[in-house]
Design a protein around this ligand. Structure first.
Ligand code: ADP
Ligand code: ZN
Ligand code: ZN
Length: 706
């Protein structure tokens, strides 16, 4: 007797394999089981999705049998499969593509024996849990309150805690409760980037040492394939009790999942930017919803809704969800240990129009930095642009260091005297003279962190530290930290007090718990004020608040800490909100503006993107797609507005022309329905001349940059 199974395999939406494939099997296999199946001439990993009663219309010649089962581990749970199915459908991708991308790549190469070997290599669960009880601080009043409310929450919670309010401790306690209550329970903690918070993993390991040495597992893309498989298996077998991961971890198999924490929930890196462009934050909400529904059905007492988003500057989507009552807000307005209110750094906005022309650092800021150095305190200067100068130019003929492959300038890096494209990577030595007119006097225009480091060192060269030694300036950005471990080393130097002034990009503004920094300066963040991206000011505000949060983290210093902003627009509302440390005021204004303009979170948007060798072809495809939607009268179409096709903000990347078209609707279901019906038409269109020459097209649901 044989059985019929629907199996999903890795196949992108465009491959013509939209759903599961049917295979024959000699034994009954349950849904969620990992199998190896023939596909074309290859044998690939698949996931049994459902049992079926017949061959689904396959002719005898078309029938193929499952090649083997990946035994030895439990099937992927029904919850996991629901999560994957939702992700695929919501983000308009093929089921198999999403399912297989959520599994560790090495799993594709293993058979049952190989898998058994891997499982064995994990060894028996650590039998020597630490006997010493974890050292835990006494909770502050607001931490205890937040936890108490969270315990009985019946909806997703947003922990709105100012920088330094002790959000991490709240996450840890919430995790502890869940893990203690149930020996099978698992907790998922999502962070934007693991490398930027190396302290967190060790902190978790210390705190949960009593659960065994391998109870805490990290899952992120910087792991080797073997480490990733190991971590994934630990999560899937339930041996990992706490998983710390980046966005990909939201799709991990966690059969005992009881709590999801999304730290810095506003961070753009939660949105995947290729393939299935999912938002890990939004999926965390969905996943918690799935899991809590199940707990409820199982009759567990006092169901608590187990997802906590945390931020000092929540995304306006989450904030609006609190205002409308969909999410529950937990407030922590004060910094840990502050006695007099919140004790935030004083924000000083410097009008650069009033400062000496061309000043790198305005004299008052320079003076403030000098004072800090004299007192042995550290300062941080934030400039969101790496390299020496963003453009190299010839003033004789107007030549600029344009990238030949992109619609962008190449950045001048002085250290190795190169021009580098930060988009496609194209790198050249700096020419001796202007390539167009031969003028030898080509000059850097604008300033990046490399130049800033040089200039700051120069400006402070005559000063001394309290011990009489010269001032030390260091820089942290993607260039200085290219080598493995470099970031950790550099951060350690800052923590150890070897640095007086730390210069860097937004890398240094995130999460770090610097203890001795009392001044933070942001240089000319103005461009974001006038960006065409409607989220630019939201992001800038978050970035500046977060940067401010690096100052005065030591209790005694919070009163004297300062944040300086050098700008040509000192009266901009964003800066006054920053001065008041007023996220709520900022959010109110911004939401009013969004509502007026019909932008998210008050509407729902998606982008159709196309890439081709010419801009014309890319846009033609988008227009033809819109045309097809109109003539076919797709469901939901009355409620969906299609905007004109336009070039993407970065129009040309690595010789590829890119165009996009915005879809907008008041109704999320209408937009979803419309895209689902549109998707097959887009596939057909692409197979017609002239669109066969198109390189790629894709839908991006809830896109970030518009
Ligand atoms: P946030 O993530 O909200 O910016 P952190 O979680 O980094 O803040 O906490 C700020 C600092 O306060 C950290 O050094 C942390 O160890 C410390 N801290 C947190 N909670 C407590 C507490 N209850 N008692 C003493 N120190 C605490
Ligand atoms: Zn020239
Ligand atoms: Zn380029």
């Amino acid at each position: 007797m044989s059985f019929w199974l629907d199996v999903v395999v890795a196949a992108p939406a465009h491959s013509g394999i939209p759903g599961p494939l049917t295979y024959e099997s000699e034994s009954a296999l349950s849904p969620g089981q990992l199998v190896r199946v023939p596909l074309g001439r290859r044998e690939v990993l698949g996931v049994v999705w459902a049992e079926r009663s017949d061959a689904g219309g396959l002719s005898a010649a078309q029938r193929k049998a499952v090649a083997g089962e990946l035994g030895g581990i439990n099937p992927l749970s029904a919850h996991w499969r629901s999560l994957i199915a939702f992700t695929a459908s919501y983000y308009q991708r093929a089921l198999g593509e999403v399912a297989l991308a959520a599994l560790p790549p090495q799993l594709r190469e293993l058979d049952t024996t190989g898998l058994a070997r891997r499982l064995k290599r994990q060894g028996p669960p650590s039998s020597t849990p630490s006997q010493t009880a974890p050292v835990r601080p006494v909770l502050s009043g607001q931490q205890a309150d937040a936890l108490r409310v969270f315990e009985t929450a019946d909806r997703p919670a947003l922990l709105f805690g100012t920088t330094g309010s002790g959000k991490t401790e709240v996450y840890l306690r919430a995790a502890e409760q869940v893990l203690q209550a149930d020996a099978q329970a698992q907790v998922l903690i999502l962070v934007p980037e693991i490398n930027l918070t190396p302290q967190l993993q060790s902190r978790l390991e210390d705190r949960f040492a009593h659960l065994g040495s391998d109870a805490v597992v990290a899952l992120h893309s910087a792991l080797s394939p073997a480490q990733r498989l190991k971590g994934w298996l630990a999560a899937h077998t339930g041996r990992a009790r706490l998983v710390l991961g980046t966005r990909m971890a939201v799709l991990a198999s966690l059969p005992g999942l009881r709590l999801i924490v999304v730290d810095e929930e506003h961070d753009p890196s939660y949105k995947q930017q290729e393939g299935a462009r999912y938002s890990a934050r939004d999926l965390a909400i969905y996943r918690a919803h799935l899991e809590s529904g199940a707990t409820q059905r199982m009759g567990s007492q006092a169901l608590a809704y187990r997802v906590m988003l945390g931020s000092a500057t929540p995304s306006l989507e989450s904030w609006q969800a609190c205002l409308s009552g969909r999410y529950l807000r937990l407030d922590m307005p004060a910094r840990v240990g502050s006695t007099a209110g919140a004790a935030h750094p004083t924000v000083r906005v410097l009008d650069m129009a009033q400062q000496p022309k061309g000043a790198v650092l305005a004299p008052p800021l320079l003076k403030a930095l000098a004072e800090r150095i004299g007192r042995g305190e550290q300062s941080l200067i934030f400039l969101n642009r790496r390299g020496y100068a963003p453009v190299l130019a010839c003033h004789a003929c107007g030549w600029k260091s344009q990238c030949p492959h992109c619609s962008a300038y190449r950045v001048f890096h002085k250290l190795d005297r190169t021009l580098r494209c930060h988009h496609c990577g194209y790198t050249d030595p700096v020419p001796r003279g202007c390539p167009d007119c031969g003028n030898v006097d080509i000059t850097p225009v604008g300033r990046g962190t490399e130049q800033l480091e040089e200039q700051v060192s120069h400006l402070l060269a005559t000063l001394e530290r309290p011990d009489g030694s010269p001032v030390r300036v260091s820089r942290i950005d993607a260039d200085s930290t290219r080598l493995k471990g470099a970031l950790q080393t550099q951060l350690a130097q800052v923590h150890a007090g070897h640095t007086d002034i730390l210069v860097g990009t937004q890398m240094i503004t995130k999460g770090h718990d610097f203890r001795n920094i009392t001044l933070v300066a942001a240089l000319n963040p103005d461009s974001a004020l006038f960006s065409s991206d409607f989220r630019a000011s939201e992001r800038l505000f978050a970035l500046l608040m977060q940067a401010a949060g690096r100052a005065g983290r030591q209790a005694g210093q919070s009163g004297v800490s300062e944040m300086w902003v050098q700008t040509f627009h000192p009266h901009h509302a964003l800066f006054s909100a920053l001065q008041r440390h007023d996220y709520e005021g900022f959010a109110r204004e911004e939401l009013l503006h969004r509502q007026g303009a019909g932008l998210p979170p008050f509407s729902h948007v998606a982008l159709l993107r196309a890439e081709a060798s010419t801009q014309e072809l890319a846009q033609d495809f988008l227009r033809a797609a819109a045309q097809a939607a109109t003539t076919q009268g797709l469901p939901g179409a009355q409620k969906v507005q299609l905007y004109p096709a336009v070039p993407m903000p970065l129009q040309r990347l690595a010789n590829v022309e890119r165009a996009q078209m915005l879809l907008e609707s008041d109704s999320r279901p209408a937009l979803q329905q419309f895209m689902a019906a549109w998707q097959p038409l887009l596939g057909q269109l692409r197979n017609q001349a002239p669109f066969r020459r198109l390189m790629r097209w894709a839908l991006d649901v809830d896109p970030l940059g518009i």
